[in-house]
Design a protein around this ligand. Structure first.
Ligand code: GAP
Length: 514
């Protein structure tokens, strides 16, 4: 646990030191769970967003993208169920005065047991070597079987109590499991209460005529209310999807995990409208497609897993998370939900406007069903950033800090250095920059020894460093150094564009999904 916390602290401080993420309004001591993206962070975030948008909108001829407003008519949130049901169960520790999400306390308890299972597996794998059969071990090792039973029964009970809104039982579960406040170790808990997560705001100039609004807690509703507008204006035929990315706001109770859980964050969501009765098949397809998108970034298959929900949201008939191994363990990165016709039917009921589709093949009208994919852009940023940050022992005994971002997402693709600040080398380096900048984000650096400049770019996540030296004057070649392997090769200046392009081209990366 201490190592996990240590690793996570390193992620946070690296993000600040190298211009990725800053605490919002830091000079006023910050605002809890609100963050700003800095010069490199804004680029990384934009690249992730584009990688998603291309995969969803550009590569699917039946998916279009929109950009709906953050402020919506307040009835939207009555219809969607958010006013009545968008609650988190909260619990306070009477001694430390710290507030927690009751379900998260239980889930963290379960995650600890899962950690123990993983440890047993690693130990056994070492002991048995090549003959190790993980499946058999999981099914037969007495201790692991007991751990697994505990996990299953705890999650089942939590799911059931939350579904039945039985908050007394949620508290009883916390007490039975002897869960202590992570800050103080105290087990002195208040009752569990529901807390609505929406931020309120007002529209209008004078207090008496002002209208109460909410900042949207998910982008999805902007898609639902525009379903018919898009379908008609785009002459879309079912099955089709509407995608969008944008800000969402939640007054999170527990927001202590950097950009994992923020109060202002960004979502990338897609609603796929389908014929009722086909939802199971589309749900499975989108689970698979979204996992392929993640795997195309090469961050290791072992770092992802599906988690099927026991407790379903008020709108879903099936739901799964794609979980990622964050520095603090496996946690939700993306949700795939089969939302039935809940949202469209509710908007139809509350607005009094028909939100139906005329199916020419079936020759009838119906309210479409929806399968949704929903990923947090900031959470994806954290997954990419944390996974990429590595410390390597080098052969000479030193360590280097390297941010092995997938090259396609890296904020800066290449840094160009003159070996020395004289003999015309800076001028050549700047000419190279002037040529490459039309295709890629590149930067010029002439400060410090080349070795230190390499290290700076390693920590910055820049995939290539190009050094101009005296040989360049003679034969128009440069040294190009690869961030991950640290290999260097001599190449013609005229070959640089092609070489960088091959490594960072979005098309090449996206094609790995096929
Ligand atoms: N429209 C469905 C929906 O909003 P969700 O599971 O509440 O579902 C979807 O959110 C995704 O949005 C999550 O998987 C997560 O990546 C991201 N997300 C949710 N709350 C967040 C928060 N407070 N901070 C950062 N990302 C968040």
């Amino acid at each position: 646990m201490a190592k996990q916390e240590d690793d996570f602290k390193k992620v946070i401080s690296h993000a600040k030191e190298y211009g990725y993420v800053f605490q919002s309004s830091e000079i006023y001591d910050g605002l809890s769970a609100v963050y700003d993206y800095a010069q490199n962070g804004a680029e990384l975030k934009k690249n992730i967003q584009e990688y998603w948008w291309k995969a969803m909108v550009q590569l699917n001829d039946n998916i279009v993208g929109i950009d709906a407003a953050i402020l919506m008519h307040p009835t939207t949130w009555k219809a969607s169920g958010h006013v009545d049901a968008f609650n988190d169960p909260l619990i306070d520790n009477k001694d430390s005065k710290k507030r927690y999400r009751a379900d998260v306390l239980v889930e963290d308890y379960v995650a600890k047991i899962e950690g123990k299972i993983e440890k047993e597996v690693t130990k056994a794998a070492k002991r048995f070597g090549d003959s190790f059969d993980k499946e058999q071990f999981l099914a037969t090792n007495q201790r692991v079987v007991e751990y697994q039973e505990k996990v299953t029964s705890t999650l089942k009970r939590l799911g059931k109590s939350l579904e039945n809104e039985d908050l007394v039982d949620v508290k009883a579960l916390i007490e039975e499991l002897e869960i202590a406040c992570p800050m103080s170790g105290s087990k002195n808990w208040t009752d569990v209460k529901q807390f609505n997560l929406m931020f309120g705001t007002k529209l209008g100039a004078s207090a008496d005529s002002a209208m109460d609004l909410y900042l949207r807690p998910e982008t999805a509703q902007g898609i639902f209310v525009n379903f018919l507008n898009v379908q008609k204006s785009g002459r879309m035929k079912i099955p089709f999807g509407i995608a969008q990315t944008g800000k969402a706001f939640r007054n999170e109770i527990v927001a202590r995990q950097f950009i994992f859980r923020m109060r202002e964050f960004e979502q990338m969501e897609m609603q796929f409208f389908i014929k009722p009765g086909t939802q199971k098949e589309w749900y499975e397809q989108w689970k698979e497609k979204r996992m392929k998108w993640h795997l195309s970034l090469g961050m290791g298959q072992e770092n992802y897993r599906f988690h099927d929900h026991d407790k379903l949201a008020h709108y879903a008939d099936a739901a799964a998370d794609i979980e990622f191994r964050f520095p603090f363990g496996f946690k939700e990165l993306e949700g795939i939900h089969s939302r039935t016709d809940f949202d469209l039917s509710k908007h139809q009921e509350f607005s009094g406007k028909k939100l139906q589709y005329f199916d020419t093949e079936e020759n009838k009208n119906y309210v479409p069903y929806v399968v949704e994919t929903s990923i947090g852009l900031d959470r994806m940023f954290l997954a990419v950033f944390a996974n990429s940050l590595q410390e390597e022992e080098l052969e000479n005994g030193s360590t280097r800090t390297v941010l092995k971002l997938p090259a396609v997402l890296a904020p800066t693709k290449a840094a160009v250095f003159p070996l020395v600040k004289k003999d015309g080398l800076p001028e050549i380096a700047k000419e190279i920059i002037d040529d490459l900048k039309w295709d890629f984000n590149v930067l010029y650096d002439e400060k410090d020894a080349v070795g230190r400049r390499y290290r700076r770019q390693d920590a910055n996540g820049t995939p290539f460093c190009i050094t101009v030296d005296h040989q360049t004057i003679e034969d128009k070649t440069v040294t190009i150094r690869h961030r991950d392997s640290m290999n260097q090769e001599r190449v013609a200046i005229s070959a640089l564009k092609e070489l960088i392009h091959a490594a960072v081209d979005m098309k090449t990366w996206l094609m790995k999904m096929a």
